[in-house]
Write a protein that binds this ligand. Structure first.
Ligand code: UDP
Length: 218
């Protein structure tokens, strides 16, 4: 009988960081490492860190009872395009969560999330589809996070913050707490540069940097 197969889509930095989490997660579920593959549209090698690399067509052609893939690519536009592609080929979205992830109370999380080691999600939080939270990031109480949002390592997202779809938050960013009924809002597609301290709303599509974070005029 055919078995389910699993893939980490992307073989670059993000993919190679997520693969060991995926491997460990499957072992816990009693699923063998030979059912787990890298998937990439530009195959860099036959095998990486002990897992075979397949092209997308090879992955679809492998005999399997079902197929799962986690999209391990930081660029949110690519993530959305590949999510649509996987959906249309009936590949199931897969979430990968580090063993030491902390999820506290009433957290709703959409499909396809990647939650890296030492991530903490506290209480009363809603998060959309295909969220990436990299190493040591946290989301505090009463936050609302859209879909295809990406946190680089060490993002400190304090309470009562709204982050809209396709926002990218750089390494070590601190986001000031909003107020109940008046959250701090980071608008759709905004980019917050590494190390910024966000003290007020960020308009959609803007790039902000610095402390306090200001719009980067290019
Ligand atoms: N990639 C892919 N299909 C796409 C776009 C990207 O397979 O449509 C792969 C690409 O070949 C590369 C990885 O995804 O291996 C993205 O790597 P990059 O270093 O750009 O991103 P990161 O790993 O930092 O998210």
């Amino acid at each position: 009988m055919n078995k389910a197969i699993y893939a980490v889509y992307g073989t670059s930095g993000c993919g190679r960081g997520i693969m060991p989490l995926a491997r460990r997660q499957l072992v816990k579920e009693g699923i063998s490492n030979d059912q787990l593959f890298f998937l990439d549209d530009n195959i860099p090698a036959e095998s990486i860190n002990g897992n075979r690399v397949l092209s997308y067509s090879e992955f679809l052609a492998m005999p399997a009872s079902s197929r799962y893939a986690v999209i391990a690519i930081a660029n949110s536009a690519i993530r959305e395009r590949l999510a649509d592609r996987l959906f249309s080929d009936e590949v199931q979205p897969w979430s990968v969560r580090a063993h030491n992830l902390v999820i506290m109370d009433h957290v709703s999380l959409g499909e396809g999330a990647v939650l890296s080691p030492f991530v903490t999600l506290t209480s009363n939080i809603r998060i959309g589809r295909y969220f990436h939270a990299n190493l040591y990031s946290y989301v505090e109480h009463d936050c609302e996070i859209g879909s295809f949002v990406t946190f680089a390592p060490g993002v400190m997202c304090n309470g009562n913050v709204v982050i809209e779809d396709h926002v990218y938050i750089g390494t070590g960013v601190v986001i000031k707490q909003g107020k109940p009924g008046k959250p701090l809002i980071i608008g759709r597609g905004a980019v917050v540069g590494m190390g910024a301290v966000v003290t007020k709303d960020v308009p959609a599509g803007m790039v902000v940097v610095g402390n306090p974070a200001r719009i980067l005029v290019r």
